[in-house]
Design a protein. Structure first.
Length: 462
């Protein structure tokens, strides 16, 4: 049995049965059989009706889904409610984009060899999808990795994070209640060894992974020939702050972006490069606001920063901060554990470039501020790591914003907003070490289909 505990006090929430290799094989056989017989495929109108019904059910259970996600994942109640609302909107988006999964007309008659022909493409489901999800958005990530597969017409197996399986099980149950036939969405609660074997099976047509780069790239290397994939890993979220930035408007955004979900977000504000004349002012104001954040039980409605997912992560973050301070960083606030699972929101000024907080994704409530002399220096330092996901620039100069947007190595650059901004219909994903492929409801749906060309030859076609 898998024991699901609260990250805040490690109390037991629920025990969930784990599946063995034989049970997982049965699930894969069921999904493969459904897809192999085209008569089993769900027509678009049925998928639309199912997802619309699922969204309606979710709307009737917002409070329950919010508390479930917060309890198991540690994200504060107020932010978990936002996640649930996003998840509902994501289901609606998926339903609305089913009609956009379409092909195109391919012109013929452009050469003598192509006369008397008519060509067009269609988009059809890619096949069985296997999704491996992460803990930090236990409901919304399931929507992005599972509901998109259902919308595209693919049977899907999903392995939730071992720390947060409950929201996944709830979502699968809601889809079934909404009319999704058996076998089209199957949660796979299993250990890593069983999951790894499933990843390499040739009956998996698409692999969706959200989690650490080390694990994701390793699993990609084990995919069977022809299996496509999308990988979403971490980033270090560089922010550039020019001297003409509106500091008062910027500050709440940086604080929210840095300490939202205790920094356990792949695009959390982590490295903030500030023009040297205002670097200390920005760092001290950020520290001042960070000190006021309420840290604690994620189920209390006024909590702003919840626990880290495990005590191990608190130990790691504490070690990284201490290493930076020992190396010369100025600790402006935080730097200490509050409990076995909570860590103070921390702001460091000018950590050494070789410190872990400067070189790796912290994935904790730590923001580092660095002074720079000119814009090109800031861009070079921001681009220096292999982690490239979302970035941001704060400035009142449109030319500077466009220059930074063009030169920053990132999949998305936010202007006068924090790096963690996202809406569910925009393209989202990392590049280089940070991942491959793009998320976003309609982008994932498109990835889970493949194109087929049909050409008619007839003397009666002009």
């Amino acid at each position: 049995m898998l024991k699901v505990t609260s990250p805040y006090d490690l109390s037991l929430i629920k025990e969930v049965p784990e599946m063995g290799e034989e049970q997982v094989e049965e699930s894969l056989l069921r999904a493969h059989h459904l897809f192999s017989d085209r008569e089993n495929w769900l027509p678009p109108y049925e998928r639309i009706a199912i997802l619309e019904k699922a969204a309606s059910i979710m709307e009737s259970r917002i409070e329950y889904l919010t508390k479930t996600a917060a309890h198991e994942g540690g994200k504060p109640y107020q932010d978990s409610k936002v996640e649930v609302l996003r998840a509902i909107n994501g289901v609606k988006l998926a339903a609305s984009h089913i009609g956009e999964l379409k092909g195109e007309h391919i012109p013929m008659g452009m050469t003598k060899a192509s006369v008397n022909r008519m060509g067009f493409t269609t988009r059809e489901p890619i096949g069985v999808v296997f999704s491996v999800s992460a803990f930090n958005h236990p409901l919304n990530l399931i929507v992005h990795q599972v509901v998109t597969a259902v919308a595209a017409g693919c049977p899907v197996l999903v392995k939730p994070a071992s720390s947060t399986p409950l929201s996944c099980l709830e979502m699968a149950g809601i889809l079934k209640e909404a009319g999704l036939p058996d076998g089209w969405c199957q949660p796979v609660v299993c250990d890593k060894k069983v999951a790894e074997k499933l990843v390499s099976d040739k009956r998996i047509n698409f692999f969706s992974f959200i989690g650490s780069a080390e694990v994701g790239w390793k699993l990609r290397s084990k995919l069977a020939p022809g299996t496509r994939c999308a990988l979403e890993h971490g980033g270090s979220a560089p922010v550039i702050v020019e001297k003409d930035a509106d500091i008062e408007k910027m500050m709440p955004l940086l604080v929210k972006g840095g300490f939202y979900h205790a920094g356990q977000v792949c695009v959390s504000v982590q490295r903030v490069f500030v023009q040297k004349d205002i670097a200390r002012e920005v760092a001290e104001k950020m520290a001042g606001q960070a000190r006021t954040l309420k840290v604690g039980n994620q189920l209390e409605e006024d909590t702003e920063v919840g626990p880290l997912i495990t005590p191990y992560e608190v130990d790691r973050v504490e070690e990284w901060v201490q290493e930076a301070v020992d190396g010369g960083a100025e600790l402006l606030c935080g730097g200490q554990r509050i409990s076995d699972t909570c860590f103070q929101p921390t702001v460091l000024l000018n950590p050494p470039e070789n410190a872990k907080v400067s070189q790796e994704e912290v994935f904790g409530p730590v923001v580092c501020v660095y002074a720079y002399a000119d814009l090109n220096e800031a861009i070079d330092r921001a681009n220096a790591l292999d982690l490239h996901f979302q970035a941001a620039v704060f400035t009142s100069d449109v030319d500077v914003a466009l220059e930074a947007g063009n030169k920053l190595n990132a999949t998305a650059v936010m202007v006068n907003d924090h790096t963690a901004f996202r809406v569910d219909w925009m393209p989202f994903g990392g590049r280089d070490t940070s991942g491959m492929g793009l998320g976003g409801i309609q982008y994932s749906m498109h990835d889970m289909t493949r194109e087929k060309l049909i050409v008619f030859k007839s003397a009666g076609i002009p």
